[in-house]
Design a protein around this ligand. Structure first.
Ligand code: AVI
Length: 316
């Protein structure tokens, strides 16, 4: 999409979210500008945020088993690859068996460049700057006869979708695949409140900066005047809904203007903007999610140190 169309879409989403009756919202997909992506990378290094290390550990430990379960002549695609670091062990195992083609799909050109540089010695890396489904379509268009696709959707990004939207998204991915193709789904598992909450409310304030940067991005890109010091990061765990909620709490009554969204918005003291949900899963919830979106759960690997699951879903 062209820069102007992207800006228009951002402005429209901000206007809709901040004028919503009841709870104001902003979409977590706008966290990831250059500053937000750097802050997210820092989050993944925090001692309190075990998710990324657990995801990487599972792929490292079980790389041989995973590779043994995908047919010869497999092609790898990764939705939201970032730097592709977690994928390295799979590529290392696969290249002992075959020449590997790897399609990292990401909206960040910087991440794709980094990924291509790091992984080029292990595979033919074909970076695709696109959103997940558009990228997947491009991969499918390039598929040669006899090739099977293994799509990686790691990091529990699926947990940032609302439950119905998660199934719709997986079904849309499935619709682009052929029977026998596979999708590796990383999901963060339900864990005690004392373990999960600090991951989203770290004492160093990195997650707070990540959350507040969303207002900074709106200031920079949409000519707004949010005073970031008048908002506070808030993380809550809703055990029944199995989700962390991130909000930005207005510390005072205030009026904010977002010029490029033609918007003047009032905040009451104590009012929040809901910026992200991060759903957690029970291992047994994955098979029904797979079935509802046209897949079958083939195999699951679980890490107990930081409860997390990799589930290999097979397109039926
Ligand atoms: C990208 N996503 C899976 C992260 C999560 O844990 O939900 C985003 C994040 N938000 C706060 N910290 C990390």
């Amino acid at each position: 999409m062209y820069a102007q169309a992207l800006e228009d879409e951002f402005a429209r989403d901000v206007r809709v979210g901040l004028t919503r009756a009841g709870q104001k919202t902003l979409s977590c997909r706008y966290f990831y500008d250059d500053v937000g992506s750097a802050l997210f990378d820092a989050i993944t290094c925090l001692p309190e945020y075990g998710l990324t290390r657990s995801d990487a550990r599972l792929l490292r430990r079980h790389a041989s088993d995973i590779v043994a379960r995908v047919p010869a002549r497999v092609v790898l695609a990764e939705l939201g690859s970032g730097s592709g670091a977690k994928t390295r062990p799979l590529l290392e195992k696969l290249r002992r068996r075959q020449d590997v083609v790897y399609y990292p799909i990401d909206v960040s050109p910087a991440a794709l460049e980094h990924c291509a540089r790091e992984l080029a010695p292990l595979a033919t890396v074909v970076p695709l700057e696109a959103n997940y489904l558009e990228g997947l379509e491009q991969v499918v268009e390039r598929r040669a006869a006899g090739e099977t696709l293994l799509v990686l959707f790691l990091g529990s990004t699926i947990g940032n979708f609302e439950p119905d939207a998660a199934i719709d998204f997986l079904a849309a991915a499935r619709a682009r695949l052929a029977p026998g193709d596979a999708l590796m789904l990383g999901t963060d598992l339900v864990k005690p409140r004392e373990q999960v909450l600090p991951a989203y409310d770290d004492p160093a304030g990195v997650t707070a900066a990540f959350n507040l940067n969303l207002l900074g991005r709106i200031n920079r890109e949409l000519d707004a005047d949010f005073d970031l010091r008048q908002f506070q990061h808030l993380a809550r765990y809703d055990a029944e809904a199995q989700r962390i909620e991130m909000h930005l709490l207005s510390l005072t009554g205030q009026t904010v203007t977002v010029r490029k969204a033609d918007l003047v918005v009032e905040f009451l003291p104590g009012e929040t903007i809901w910026t992200e949900s991060s759903h957690k899963f029970r291992p047994e919830q994955i098979a029904p999610i797979a079935r509802a979106s046209g897949f079958r759960l083939d195999r699951q690997w679980i890490d107990c140190e930081w409860p997390f699951a990799e589930s290999l879903l097979r397109a039926e």
